[in-house]
Design a protein around this ligand. Structure first.
Ligand code: ADP
Ligand code: MG
Length: 260
């Protein structure tokens, strides 16, 4: 859950100010809500994106993200500095400028996403401690195992279209898995952005990992993912949980209908 910048102890705020030559302005990220502090910090020597956490789970998650992003080049923002002080872990990263892509059917941003996904699908998971499919998704199938680096949360808010190409933030759920798992987890965002399940699958069929995934394995994944979100939505009134329950249900129902 997001906290205000003022939640940072004065001492920690000053340590950030030291690293940016004095703080000129702080703008909390309007999207996402997992990280405790996620803000654009404008300093007199430049702009950085700062994520910070103090709770046990928050610090563990941010530490995990920090370790993963340090091993990957090209897609994540470059980590500029990090420090721990007064019970807070604080990470300053390259600030990425640009809009989130439009993932609706026919959007030209989908072509940009396809180029990025093709590159991402070729990355072998680094040798660091990573989630496996069961740890990340709470369900498993032997075909989900693999050696690829799977971001696993490619919702548009975690994608930023910069003048140097599409970049990916929020690596807190990076997972070691088969590459088709990334694509299967993208169906919910394609459907949530206006695709029918058939259109989403048609778009995904351009990727070799999708074409190579056994239809029964995809049926199983769709059904388990939908059932997971249906359970979550029974226990939560949050809109985004209900949305994910709807979108994952749509995909699972399509696969179960035999229309594919
Ligand atoms: N390096 C960055 N530069 C610019 N904006 C960023 C950067 N990292 C994250 N953001 C923005 O902040 C939002 C929240 O950050 P994110 O890392 O996704 O945390 P959360 O776990 O809260 O989703 C993102 O959706 C994105 O819009
Ligand atoms: Mg996010």
């Amino acid at each position: 859950m997001r906290s205000d910048w003022t939640a940072l102890p004065e001492h920690v705020g000053m340590a950030v100010a030291d690293r940016v030559g004095g703080i000129v302005g702080v703008y909390p990220a309007p999207r996402g809500d997992h990280a405790e502090i996620a803000s654009t910090v404008i300093g007199s020597t430049g702009t950085v994106f700062v994520k910070a956490a103090s709770s046990g789970p928050g610090v563990r998650s941010l530490r995990y993200e920090l370790a993963v992003t340090r091993t990957i080049d090209r897609y994540p923002p470059t980590v500029l500095w990090d420090f721990e002080s007064d019970g807070w872990l604080v990470v300053g990263a390259e600030h990425l400028d640009g809009p989130h892509p439009d993932l609706s059917p026919g959007s030209p941003d989908l072509d940009t996403l396809a180029v990025t996904l093709t590159g991402l699908q070729e990355i072998t998971a680094p040798d660091t401690r990573l989630f496996g499919p069961a740890g990340r998704l709470s369900f498993a199938h032997p075909a989900m195992d693999g050696d690829a680096l799977v971001h696993s949360d490619l919702n548009p808010a975690n994608l930023i279209l910069t003048s140097q190409g599409l970049r990916i933030v929020d690596w807190a759920y990076a997972t070691r898995a088969a590459p088709w798992v990334e694509l299967a987890l993208l169906t919910q965002w394609l459907i949530g952005n206006g695709h029918t399940p058939a259109q989403a699958e048609d778009w995904l069929s351009q990727f070799p990992a999708w074409a190579g995934a056994h239809p029964e394995v995809l049926d199983d994944f769709a059904a388990r993912n939908a059932s997971k979100w249906a359970n979550k939505s029974r226990q939560s009134a949050e809109g985004w949980v209900r949305d994910l329950a709807c979108w994952t249900y749509e995909w699972a129902a399509y696969r179960a209908s035999g229309e594919r």
